[in-house]
Design a protein around this ligand. Structure first.
Ligand SMILES: Cc1cc2nc3c(=O)[nH]c(=O)nc-3n(C[C@H](O)[C@H](O)[C@H](O)COP(=O)(O)O)c2cc1C
Length: 195
């Protein structure tokens, strides 16, 4: 897969600002990485139960997408932390951060795709349909010395996501027609691809 770090000179000042603002003590500064072959990535599926650590242990609830959605990720799809947009059933479209991989801190045996929707929901939404568009890549999944470091990294990811989604090239996906489509029409509710 081709991955290219883009540091446009006209954004040098901004990059320095990002480096300053969006660097938790344990992760490298965020740098925009263009993944032209795999992003944007569109996925839709049912929300299933994970280990339940998101809310309880990390204070960041995550919605786990059903395994068939994870299994359909393209072979060259890089694991790591992504940002983009999400919608539960036919509700509003919110900002999101998604972790794809094996959660090295918890040493999971199964690859998962877990989305933190940046919104305070009053109830769990297991069994609901979740649509996500991944538009940008933040970093690799990492192991950490302790839980506080993982929590700090996730908090940083959320800030990066919010900031990056203000950019017009990412913001435009909030109103993508994908979010208007019936999940059943998306390949039996399990759509996966970047077409
Ligand atoms: C934005 C974000 C970043 C994450 N980064 C990491 C990471 O670097 N390393 C890791 O092991 N897990 C990472 N995770 C995954 C969490 O460990 C996982 O979502 C949490 O354990 C909840 O999983 P569960 O729903 O299966 O209980 C991240 C999750 C999110 C939402």
């Amino acid at each position: 897969m081709s991955a290219r770090v883009v540091l446009p000179t006209r954004l040098t000042g901004r990059f320095l600002l990002l480096s300053h603002n969006f660097c938790s003590p344990t992760t490298k500064p965020y740098k925009y990485t263009r993944m032209s072959t795999t992003l944007p990535h569109f996925a839709s599926g049912e929300v299933v139960k994970g280990f339940g650590r998101g809310s309880k242990t990390l204070g960041t609830p995550t919605a786990n997408l059903e395994q068939c959605v994870v299994d359909k990720l393209p072979a060259d799809f890089k694991t790591g932390i992504y940002f983009g947009w999400a919608q539960v059933n036919d509700g509003p479209v919110y900002e999101q951060v998604t972790s794809i991989g094996w959660n090295p801190y918890f040493r999971n045996q199964t690859k998962s795709m877990e989305t933190h929707v940046i919104h305070s929901f009053t109830e769990d939404f297991y069994g609901s349909n979740l649509k996500v568009i991944l538009v940008g890549y933040i970093r690799d999944e990492m192991d950490f010395k302790g839980l506080e470091e993982l929590k700090a990294a996730i908090a940083n990811d959320i800030e990066v996501s919010k900031q990056e989604l203000l950019r017009p090239e990412f913001r435009k996906y909030k109103t993508d027609e994908f979010f208007c489509q019936n999940p059943e029409s998306l390949n039996n509710g399990k759509m996966n691809g970047n077409a």
